[in-house]
Design a protein around this ligand. Structure first.
Ligand code: NDP
Length: 266
């Protein structure tokens, strides 16, 4: 079980000038009820985790926390050390879901061994991967039969490649897909078809794009915004009603894949 909608943090912590706005957006998001935050040791080289740590300090209900280890740190001992640094920056004793950011660097066996150690020690609730295509997932599942802690990949209306084989494969095994860049980093929002359908549905393009992602079975998502207004707008995606007719229009405007497409990665 994991929350359907969370706050992304990529690009946060990269500039001291933006820090206050980023912290404010996260704090405000938590006050609205966002139940999850996604971060990584890579974001702002640790500073994004520090900002998340500040945002969650003293909140009544701590959100579900997701963080990621760099592949070059993902050795047997390196993963444990990286996780401990992340815990310190976040100011918590446990990360709910800890992911390998992308494949490469250390051998997967070593990373998984470290994940098991961290889970046994209570430092992470569960573990998973990110940017794994179907063949990578098959390798991962061969190594770890119990793997079901999520695969975080690029997935949105304009990039539906995972629907061809990765997402069905994950659904069969009850592994949630965590969709990153659900707004295609903002690029999706100017598409005329999305604007028209959103206006007809009485919502904004961002709300429609997010509602569509969340309507896909087995998919959760983590849009990022450093603005209070957009954090609030994105939260409104939970109230969008997707009728069968609207879903069909979206399929016409943003067709599902007819052939296998290699996983896109940012
Ligand atoms: P998103 O699709 O979430 O888009 C973020 C961009 O869209 C920002 O520039 C933001 O600007 C803008 N934006 C957000 N909401 C709105 C809105 N309502 N109207 C207009 N513009 C809006 O892209 P991300 O790449 O950030 O993906 C989300 C999260 O996924 C990341 O933050 C990160 O946590 C994770 N991720 C993981 C990756 C991985 O390899 N595992 C790779 C990429 C992302 P502003 O902040 O100014 O509002």
């Amino acid at each position: 079980m994991m929350p359907l909608l969370g706050l992304g943090t990529w690009r946060m912590g990269e500039s001291g000038r933006r820090r206050a706005a980023e912290l404010d957006a996260l704090t405000f998001g938590l006050s609205l009820g966002y139940p999850m935050i996604d971060t990584a040791e890579m974001y702002g080289e640790g500073v994004a985790e520090e900002i998340v740590g500040e945002a969650i300090k003293g909140v009544a209900r701590r959100p579900f926390l997701v963080s990621k280890v760099y592949p070059h740190n993902a050795t047997r001992s390196g993963t444990v050390a990286a996780c401990e640094r992340s815990l310190k920056r976040l100011g918590v004793e446990r990360i709910d879901l800890y992911l390998l950011h992308w494949r490469g660097g250390a051998r997967l066996e070593e990373t998984f061994e470290a994940f098991h150690r961290l889970r046994a020690a209570g430092k992470i609730g569960d573990f998973g991967v990110s940017n794994f295509d179907r063949d990578d997932m098959e390798d991962a599942a061969r190594l770890d039969k119990g793997l079901n802690g999520s695969n975080q990949v690029l997935y949105c209306l304009s990039r539906r490649g995972p629907e061809f084989d990765l997402l069905p494969w994950m659904r069969e095994r009850s592994i949630p897909l965590m969709a990153y860049s659900p707004l295609d980093q903002g690029r999706l929002l100017g598409k005329p078809a999305l604007k028209k359908l959103a206006a007809e549905a009485g919502c904004t393009p961002a709300q429609l794009a997010l509602a569509w992602v969340m309507a896909q079975p087995g998919v959760v998502t983590i849009p990022k915004s450093s603005s209070r207004a957009r954090v609030e707008e994105n939260w409104g995606a939970l109230d969008v009603e997707l009728t069968p007719a609207l879903l069909a229009e979206l399929d016409r405007a943003f067709p599902p894949p007819e052939t296998r497409q290699p996983l896109a990665m940012l």
